[in-house]
Design a protein around this ligand. Structure first.
Ligand SMILES: Cc1ncc(COP(=O)(O)O)c(C=O)c1O
Length: 414
């Protein structure tokens, strides 16, 4: 039966209790039992994000003249992001609602710049490694373009010679991920940059997962390759604050090497009765809370805090990878250096192992090519790594004993 708006109101205490009850069936992320969707950097960081969000939850970044507070905080968040990503003088950015919107803006800027230069963009192509996020396909769908997915190399990263072969007169954009979502691996951005410069194609780096992680990993001495504006062919970068920036949901950044590029995603209009309106991104109203939370968490953690959180994550990933490889029959894939990795087996069905772990309360991702379990780690996982490993050893034994396969389990994010 369809729910009706109640005829009379209910007091907040009762509503709050009811809502907490709703959440009891959710994935248990507070106890670090999930390794997807939520980035848990500890109670103190969560509190800063939540309280900062609440302080500005009614303010609207559609109106910077009305809210110079938001304009200032957004500008400072963007400046901090530009510095971390080694952006040159003149580089600019915007905050968006998430990685998907940031990618949409990059693709739109690229397409519209080509149009402004007199190119016919009908049937225009975005060339991505097969491991790139579906946000590019979504952007292409909205913008009437086409994504061409190029198989990855044996190392599970972008196959640059194959991408070079796939470039043609319709190609508008090349994409590299830093890292990609399925395997947590950084594509060879330097080689993609050489190709982009040689063929005069826009290179976008999707650093939605790594943009606020890799710079600190590098500061900690992890030999992750360069992926940012220090590489000359990189024209735009998407980097999510609501992932490893540990800020509240609804916060990402899109950066451009120059203002000229960014102008192509700004929408302006004045042919209606209320006069001129200009929006820098897809959204109209933009939540002040997401900007405030980003500003507050970045200041709360600082470089020192982020480096510490990153160290917790990379130490936990190394420990998990080492211990998983030591379980007979189990293996990991590629050489991930950040906070995300996949593992599977040549003997057992990883989806069956995943299902056994799910029965023990662990909610994590899956990968289909190859069949694998996907773990995107947070600092909070440092405390539960041993519990996970002991449940995994049991899960592996159970799957081996029963020769179990999980035909029906699909890696869906729906
Ligand atoms: C590499 C990558 N790019 C883009 C996105 C899309 O981000 P969002 O879900 O914030 O729209 C994700 C999300 O996981 C991602 O992993």
């Amino acid at each position: 039966m369809r729910k009706e708006l109640p005829a009379t109101g209910t007091d907040w205490d009762s509503l709050q209790a009811e809502m907490i009850e709703f959440g009891k069936g959710d994935a248990d992320w507070r106890r670090a039992r999930t390794a997807v969707y939520v980035f848990n950097a500890g109670e103190d960081v969560l509190r800063v994000a939540k309280e900062a969000y609440a302080l500005y939850s009614s303010e609207n970044a559609l109106g910077p003249a009305a809210f110079p507070s938001l304009k200032r905080m957004e500008g400072e968040v963007l400046d901090m992001g530009l510095s971390l990503l080694n952006a040159p003088e003149g580089a600019v950015g915007n905050m968006t609602s998430g990685g998907t919107e940031s990618i949409l803006m990059a693709v739109k800027a690229c397409r519209n710049q080509a149009r402004a230069a007199g190119r016919d963009t009908a049937g225009g192509e975005i060339l991505v490694p097969h491991s790139a996020h579906p946000a590019f396909d979504k952007a292409a769908w909205y913008l009437d373009l086409r994504v061409v997915r190029v198989p990855v190399s044996e190392a599970l990263t972008a196959d640059v010679p194959a991408m070079a072969d796939a470039i043609n007169e319709r190609t508008l954009m090349l994409v590299g991920s830093a890292p990609c979502f399925p395997y947590g691996l950084i594509d060879p951005i330097g080689a993609l940059s050489d190709l982009a410069l040689e063929r005069d194609v826009w290179l976008h780096v999707d650093a939605c997962v790594g943009g606020y992680f890799t710079p600190f990993a590098r500061m900690n001495g992890i030999p992750a390759p360069e992926f940012d504006f220090s590489i000359p062919g990189v024209r735009s970068i998407s980097a999510d604050l609501h992932k490893y920036g540990y800020t509240a949901k609804g916060a990402s950044t899109i950066f451009h090497r120059s203002e000229e590029q960014r102008e192509h995603h700004v929408f302006t209009f004045d042919g209606w009765p209320s006069g001129g309106m200009s929006t820098p991104t897809f959204a109209g109203t933009r939540p002040g809370g997401a900007i405030a939370a980003a500003w507050a968490v970045m200041h709360y953690l600082g470089v020192e805090g982020y480096c510490e959180k990153v160290r917790m994550v990379t130490d936990t990933r190394e420990k998990l990878m080492r211990e998983i490889r030591a379980i007979p029959g189990m293996r990991t894939f590629g050489e991930p250096q950040l906070g995300l990795f996949t593992y599977g087996s040549d003997e057992l069905d990883p989806f069956a192992v995943w299902r056994q772990l799910a029965k023990r309360g662990w909610f994590t991702g899956l990968v289909t090519e190859p069949r694998a379990v996907h773990l995107m780690l947070s600092p909070a996982h440092a405390q539960v790594a041993d519990d996970y490993l002991s449940d995994l050893r049991e899960a592996v034994e159970a799957v081996r004993a029963r020769g179990e396969r999980a035909e029906g389990t699909k890696a869906t994010y729906a």
